[in-house]
Design a protein around this ligand. Structure first.
Ligand code: AMP
Ligand code: GLY
Length: 433
């Protein structure tokens, strides 16, 4: 089968790396891809938000399956567009339509959805632009800290946790009145702060059945010890020790199943990944957010732990037959450590030549995120540059492998956290003591 994979990050390199391991993969195209995906297939300079150009490419290259990595094309309706083309009615598309993608595209929609289907989440209220005065009164009476969320997509920056009422009012005004996040902030969700430990849970659904994928924990802050600014993700580990059987059973029955059933009840057909950003509070799971795609860098640890043929899995998802599938999970630990550009998540320079990428691909894989090819050299092209994934029986050993591989990588300004996974190891030690 010829496959078109949409996206250009570490997530897409990990998906591409896995897709080409399927004997069913004929030609893999990645649009637009990066220097890593270029080693797996053919990068295509397509504007992925120009859906008619994507459909033209599908027609011209006999593509049988489109896999959509990032949220933006999904929220903007790429799947609906492709599936509505009369001459593409055999095309398999992995990724929900616009209606399902609202679970990520609108925080207000996702909160209302959770309320309708009694899915545990933080208490909240939504305010619109003309309700600024009311929102200020509400936030001033709210207990601290208080969480403000821009309703729409804001490139991961739309959530602000405020520790004083003054900050909260200031933030509220900049979102609702001053349009800090543009149209994404025309509605703001104000919600209670939940204190606990976060875990990312993933399901692949065909709209009726689902399979649970390995869970992961990501490290969002730039600094060691979870300090400093939020980033797209500085590393991830899988499995996650505190996501034990008892907890995961609660996640299935109280969160995943009501979500899939809720979509069915609302006539929203959903084929693709459901990403549950969860927080465990006193042993109980709550949804912090939904995403309509895989996580990044979580994909770089989740995908290497799946032994199944990914094309098989995707085909069953697209044809509504996931009830015939079970996930064959690699019991080893996978970790990924993300190397970023100097200055990220603030301002950073691009175009730095990268050297010393060498890994055996068996125990350690260097996934590319923000890289590109320039005159035959691999250079940086984004904030997150590489995600170095390793697998081993023990998490400690996987971490040693990734850090050893990173030692030989060099580009001007390289930065990475040295403490990925250490909190989970400590927790494991304290639980077994
Ligand atoms: P999001 O952009 O929705 O992933 O939110 C970013 C981060 O903000 C989450 O990963 C959490 O760490 C934090 N966060 C969001 N909502 C809450 C909440 N209600 N309570 C505590 N932390 C939250
Ligand atoms: N790593 C979190 C995300 O992909 O949203």
């Amino acid at each position: 089968m010829n496959i078109l994979l949409i996206g250009s990050g570490g997530r897409e390199h990990a998906l591409a790396w896995k897709l080409i391991r399927s004997p069913r993969c004929n030609k893999l195209y990645i649009a637009p891809g990066n220097a890593g995906t270029d080693m797996c297939g053919e990068n295509i300079a397509l504007d992925v938000l120009n859906f008619s150009a994507v459909a033209e490419f599908v027609r011209a290259h006999g593509v049988g399956m489109v896999v959509v990595g990032p949220e933006e094309p999904l929220v903007k309706g790429i799947s609906d567009y492709l599936l509505s083309q009369n001459d593409l009615n055999n095309l398999l598309v992995i990724g929900p339509g616009m209606a399902g993608a609202q679970l990520e595209g609108s925080k207000d929609f996702s909160k209302e959805f959770m309320q309708r289907h009694k899915i545990p989440t933080a208490r909240y209220r939504t305010f619109q632009k003309p309700q600024l005065a009311e929102a200020i009164d509400y936030v001033q009476a709210h207990k601290l800290p208080v969480v403000l969320k821009a309703d729409g997509l804001a490139a991961g920056k739309g959530v602000v946790i405020c520790f004083s009422h003054q900050d909260a009012v200031h933030e509220l005004k900049s979102m609702l009145r001053d349009e800090k996040f543009g149209a994404a902030g025309e509605k703001v969700v104000i919600e209670e702060f939940l204190s606990g430990i976060e875990v990312s849970v993933f399901a692949l659904t065909d709209g009726r059945n689902y399979v649970l994928l390995p869970e992961a924990k990501d490290y969002k802050r730039i600094g060691e010890g979870d300090t400093g600014l939020n980033t797209g993700g500085m590393g991830a580990v899988s499995p996650v020790i505190f996501a034990d059987n008892i907890f995961m059973e609660k996640v299935r029955t109280r969160i995943i199943e009501p979500t899939v059933q809720g979509l069915i009840n609302e006539n929203i057909h959903y084929c693709g990944f459901l990403f549950f950003g969860l927080i465990k509070v006193n042993g109980e799971p709550y949804v912090i957010e939904y995403n309509c795609r895989m996580g990044d860098p979580e994909t770089e640890v989740v995908i290497p732990r799946i032994n199944n043929d990914l094309i098989d899995l995707f085909e069953h998802a697209a044809r509504g037959t996931l009830n015939n599938m079970t996930i064959d999970t690699d019991p080893r630990h996978a970790v990924t450590v993300v190397a970023v550009s100097g200055g990220y998540p603030g301002k950073y320079e691009k175009g730095k030549e990268i050297s010393g990428i060498n890994a055996d691909d068996k125990h350690t894989v260097v996934f590319h995120a923000g890289t590109t090819l320039k005159e035959g050299n691999i250079v940086t092209s984004g904030g997150r540059v590489l995600a170095v994934t390793s697998r081993a029986d023990k998490m400690e050993d996987a971490l040693l492998l990734s850090y050893a591989a990173l030692k030989s990588v060099n580009y001007e300004g390289i930065n990475y956290r040295k403490d990925i996974g250490l909190d989970v190891i400590k927790l494991a030690e304290s639980l077994s003591a």
